[in-house]
Design a protein around this ligand. Sequence first.
Ligand code: ASP
Length: 429
Amino acid sequence: MNRGEAHRKRVPLYAKILLGMGLGVGFGFLAIALHWESFVHDWVAPWGVIFMRLLKLIAVPLVFVSLIIGVVNLKDIRNLSRIGLKTILIYVCTTIIAVSIGLGMVSLIKPGKVFPKDRQTEFMERYEQIVAEREAQMHQMQEVSPLDFLVETVPENIFQALGDNSKMLQIIFFALLFGVAIIVVGTHKVPSVVRFFGQLNLVLLKIIDFIMAFAPIGVFALMATLIVDYAGDVGIFSALGLYALTVILALAVIIVFVYPFIMRVFGKRTVKQFFKAAAPVQMLAFTTSSSAATLPLTMERTQKQLGVSEEVSSFVLPVGVTINMDGTSCYQAVAAVFLAQVLGLDLTFGQMLLILATATISSIGTPGIPGGSIVMLMIVLDSVGIPIEGLALILGIDRPLDMLRTMVNVTGDMTVACVVDSGQKTNTM
Ligand code: ASP
């Protein structure tokens, strides 16, 4: 180990990110007190944007290359379909558990019953424009055929798909196809193709290390900007405090009880080991509000710190980022029932079940980006007959809750990766 490496090892990544976050929050408050808002926007915010861009920049090549290597390492298509089916099944189960916790919590606490009526009109007017835009997006989505998600999974031009971060499923599809083709042709016949991707992966992992070295500055800038942007809206917490608390409690139950339980029973890692590996990932998810942007770090920590094999993590995690959103689905359930409570609609048991189903499905379609679930939440509301304009009531507080649900989303992906990995190792023993 050279001196540089020894020095780097001394300060763990989570401590560096935590320091960046803490200093960013402190600086944000200082900037408000000293009226440096425009300084923050002009000179600090761009560093956060650069950091987000770097994370997104590496996500597509990383998913593409590591998925191909993952499939090739599986050596057998039967293995791939077994892992694939198992992964999707576990993802759906954890999502259903998450929605049920959300529904239970909001029915117990009933935050909608204490929402001040006078704020209702104020919020409706304030967010009218945004709601109208989201509504148009929702109608666009509803106009397509129910099989559209399948159509959307198949790219017609791989270079176009690779050029668009929102086309992750198309990239996964092509990488799977490519990997399967290599297996069928036989790796011994195309050794240079296999070696090329293996070596490319090493280079990409090094780029992630470089980006992570920049993480403390990136999260500092993101947090400082967030605090400055949010400062004017503190009043919103008084009206929506109990709602926010309900979401936070439901998410906390998932992180503190559900995942550790699954990890102990099926994941074969100790809870301490798991959270030590997950901490920087959770912090990055919290600051960026994007599970897709967090993916490079999620993959690195899951492989290096939790020892999940490359073939499992490079399949389970990119798929998870796209379809597994426990935090989001739980949040959607709480939000839908909260709005029903505020608007005085009594939901029947059947409607609750409908929320369970639609929140599960819509979280699958939610992109892993900040505020990705807003349009999907409208679909949930619409399906149970809750007026979608109600969304205006909760938009103001969405960002902090988004940060928390994204944390849960990435933790869920890591948990399932460990479960699938230990199942795989038992099978091959
Ligand atoms: N921001 C979330 C994510 O990236 C999606 C959402 O719930 O809005 O996972």
